[in-house]
Design a protein around this ligand. Structure first.
Ligand code: PMP
Length: 325
């Protein structure tokens, strides 16, 4: 039995479609109680602010977010007894608004982008709210260091992680998880993924904010650029096609940023694949009671290059956008 819903945070690492000679695996973050990876920093930011004596239950919190952090915070605030105001650009999905409201959070929609949402949250902070500040709060990457990264290290079953691929919003996921993986696997190549039309990391110039959660149009203070070996860009329409493919061919229902990281992870897997190796599938319960042998004539699992990526949230969060129509 768990002490509260907050103790259920965590996700499985699942093999997805992989090219010849390599394995691609994704952390399927929709398994978290609030349905996305952002439950992790939400809990950690509130826990560390409580420990530092900055907040206590009953206080008023505010946060600018493209949605998933807002949902994670709304869940934690409900469980811990805080009042929460979320400031979110109005173009994000209707599901996000409804879920936050269901948890009892107050929602302020902004005609503008994440930069405008941050300005409005600063105003509410001046009015007396405490802003947790996911873009510069070290508890955000720290949550991923302690949980996402640690879980991957345990879940790869002693295989080496050759590449880690993650999209960038606040940079919390790539910086915290990347730091833990680099500690464990010093040769791991870390790739940041960003929208092709909002390529701030590749070009230094912001563009249009079209992905929900990925590519905020500025470089977040929480992004540790020293960890990043390369940057890949993905077009929104290609990411959306990949979401459809993942849903219909693999039974994996995810949002656009996950579609983007999936495409980038496959690109990298094709590059580092060993063409002489016939990589076996990771054995699964479906094959039980006679699980597929992890060995084939061609190779053993531990010899196969391994690319790990993150699927942030579920496709259910985007049904109203027509993503799967
Ligand atoms: N994808 C989605 C759907 C997200 O909500 C987020 C978080 N904003 C990201 C990607 C990027 O994660 P991070 O903020 O940790 O960089």
């Amino acid at each position: 039995m768990k002490g509260s819903i907050l103790d259920t945070i965590g996700s499985p690492l699942v093999q997805v479609d992989s090219p010849e000679g390599a394995t691609v695996a994704a952390k399927v973050e929709s398994f978290n109680p609030g349905g996305s990876a952002k439950d992790r920093p939400a809990v950690q930011m509130i826990r560390s602010a409580e420990r530092d004596g900055e907040i206590e239950p009953g206080d008023w919190l505010v946060e600018p977010t493209s949605g998933n952090t807002g949902i994670g915070l709304a869940l934690v605030c409900a469980a811990r007894g805080y009042d929460l105001t979320i400031v979110m650009p109005a173009d994000k999905s209707a599901e996000r608004r409804r879920i936050m409201a269901a948890y009892g959070a107050e929602l302020e929609l902004i005609d503008g982008d994440m930069t405008d949402a941050r300005k409005r949250a600063d105003e509410l902070e001046a009015d007396g709210a405490t802003q947790l500040g996911q873009f510069d709060n070290p508890a955000n990457p720290d949550a991923h260091y302690r949980t996402t990264g640690e879980e991957i290290v345990e879940q790869v079953d002693e295989r080496e992680v050759d590449a880690f691929v993650a999209g960038v919003g606040t940079g919390g996921t790539i910086s915290g998880t990347g730091r833990r993986l680099r500690e464990e696997f010093p040769d791991v190549e870390i790739t940041a993924v960003e929208p092709a039309r909002n390529p701030i990391l590749s070009t230094g110039e912001p563009g249009s904010d079209e992905f929900q959660g990925m590519g905020p149009g500025f470089v977040s203070e929480n992004l540790d650029r020293d960890l990043i070996d390369r940057v890949e860009t993905v077009k929104l329409e290609d990411a959306e096609d990949e979401c459809l493919r993942l849903a219909r061919e693999e039974g994996v229902l995810v949002g656009q940023s996950s579609g983007a990281t999936s495409l980038a992870a496959q690109r990298i897997a094709r590059e580092i694949a060993d063409p002489d190796l016939e990589c076996p599938e990771v054995p699964g319960a479906f094959d039980s009671p006679q699980p597929a042998s992890p060995e084939t004539d061609g190779g053993e699992l531990e010899d196969c290059p391994l690319v790990v990526t993150v699927f942030w949230d579920s496709g259910e969060r985007y049904l109203s956008t027509g993503l799967f129509d």
